[in-house]
Ligand binder design. Structure first.
Ligand code: LLP
Length: 443
């Protein structure tokens, strides 16, 4: 079976060029660092488009499939345009994501709104934009959505988010489908929810079920189990409520390769398992094939992104570690400190030098836990070297902060030698633009 982008640590266009520098998307990383300054997020357009095409190709044997990019992984106007251009819709979880996507002129029928505590204002905005689907997470939301939709004279098309009771072996913080989870209806609550929708909530139209079992998943059996549970529920709802639902959203979660020791299955393998599971379960329960929604986030955007840093100070602990500090860290990539995530890096201006020193890459933030990479072997580093950390496209910028009152970094899109800024670095003025000094303090 073919390999796919999520199985590679580096963007597909990564090369060493004639200046002996690393190049991505036809752009020399050392030049990019000079032109745009660091820290710098770089997104390779070809890698992003390739992975979208792989998803489409991998699922081409199942006609009724719809792809919704989980925009929480990285939501910017330019990225949204590219992913929409590849035929994907969007899974959103906030008014900010909704607004960004609507503003990029996307067909809002292809948007699904997820989340366990949507606000009234967010629901109103989503109804105003006429989005395609709401995934409803709990009883309070059923009632709220029904009420607001009624006020707008609209019928909201919904999926019920359920917790199928599957534990996948990923970090506890990114597991979502196990029974003790803050997300979704328990299986035992589905009947009550269906009855409410049928008998009382006349402004809601139930289309199907939704589950998402976790993120950075390497196992394949979990998808098999998830699909069987969902189709079994569809069959039960058909029998017990005389209601045939024909949509299933099976979430996202496919893992990527951050370091050599990661071994995620390919998109083709996952597609094979998902499609076979659906066919098997539908056969077993004598159910017509439903429309399947997939919500990948990380596996779409992670590999396309790298972050460039400039090397600064160094500290050798006597008889201990050598720390090399860079000009970014937990504010542009909080994942190592939040999830102990590991990353691979190379020196953009020394790609061929032997990796003779084991060092720890420290962030610049005033926090001992701000370590980007523990114990990585790299060539001897000097001040001014450009470090390229791979696989930072997903959940880096989207979880970035202004910690220590630093400016969030620039993002540049590269393709065939073009480098276009798609997010501007914040300015010092941006940092204070929402500050207010009460007049009584100025007396
Ligand atoms: N659908 C739902 C309902 C989700 O909650 C998520 C992610 C996705 C889809 C997309 O999952 P993906 O394909 O990206 O694995 N900040 C964490 C990841 C949190 C994921 C939250 N939900 C991290 O940096 O690892």
């Amino acid at each position: 079976m073919n390999n796919s982008v999520n199985q590679s640590i580096k963007p597909v266009t990564t090369k060493i060029n004639s200046s002996n520098h690393i190049e991505i998307g036809g752009c020399d990383l050392v030049n990019l660092a000079k032109e745009f300054e660091t820290p710098l997020y770089v997104i390779d357009e070809q890698t992003l488009r390739k992975v979208c095409k792989e998803y489409k190709q991998a699922f081409s044997l199942y006609e009724k499939v719809k792809f919704l990019y989980a925009s929480k992984a990285l939501c910017t106007s330019a990225i949204t345009k590219i992913i929409s251009d590849e035929g994907f819709g969007f899974d959103v979880v906030s008014d900010g994501e909704l607004y960004t996507i609507n503003n990029a002129d996307i067909n809002m029928e292809k948007v699904l709104f997820n989340g366990s505590n949507k606000t009234e204002a967010e629901i109103k905005l989503a109804l105003k934009y006429n989005i395609g689907r709401f995934s409803v997470d709990n009883f309070a939301e059923l009632s709220l959505l029904n009420e607001i939709a009624g006020n707008y004279n609209k019928q909201a098309k919904i999926l019920l988010r359920i917790t199928p009771g599957i534990e996948c072996h990923t970090h506890e913080y990114v597991q979502t489908g196990n029974l003790d989870s803050k997300f979704g209806f328990d299986l035992s609550q589905i009947d009550e929810a269906v009855n409410l929708i049928k008998d009382k909530y006349t402004n809601l139209s139930l289309k199907g079920l939704h589950a998402h079992i976790g993120s950075q998943i390497f196992e394949t059996q979990v998808y098999y189990d998830e699909i069987d549970i969902l189709i079994k529920e569809l069959d039960r709802i058909r029998r017990e409520h005389n209601l045939t639902l024909n949509e299933l959203n099976i979430g996202g979660g496919l893992g990527v390769k951050y370091t050599e020791s990661d071994n995620p299955p390919s998109i083709y393998k996952i597609a094979d398992i998902i499609v076979n599971s659906i066919k098997n379960s539908c056969k077993n329960y004598n159910y017509e094939y439903p429309t399947i929604y997939l919500e990948p986030g990380r596996s779409i955007i992670s590999t396309a992104g790298v972050t460039l840093y400039t090397v600064g100070s160094q500290k050798q602990v006597p008889n201990g570690k050598k720390y090399v500090a860079v000009d970014g860290g937990m504010a542009d990539n909080p994942r190592p400190s939040l999830y102990q995530s590991e990353y691979y890096a190379q020196v953009a201006n020394k790609p061929n030098q032997s990796c003779n020193e084991k060092i720890t890459v420290a962030g610049r933030y005033c926090e001992s836990g701000d370590i980007l990479i523990k114990d990585i072997k790299l060539p001897t580093l000097e001040k001014g070297d450009i470090l390229c950390v791979y696989n930072t496209g997903a959940y880096n910028y989207s979880m970035a902060s202004n910690y220590n009152r630093t400016k969030r970094a620039t993002m540049v899109l590269v393709n065939s030698g073009h480098s276009d800024m798609i997010i501007k670095r914040e300015s010092l003025n941006d940092l204070i633009k929402n500050d207010i000094i009460p007049s009584r303090l100025n007396k």
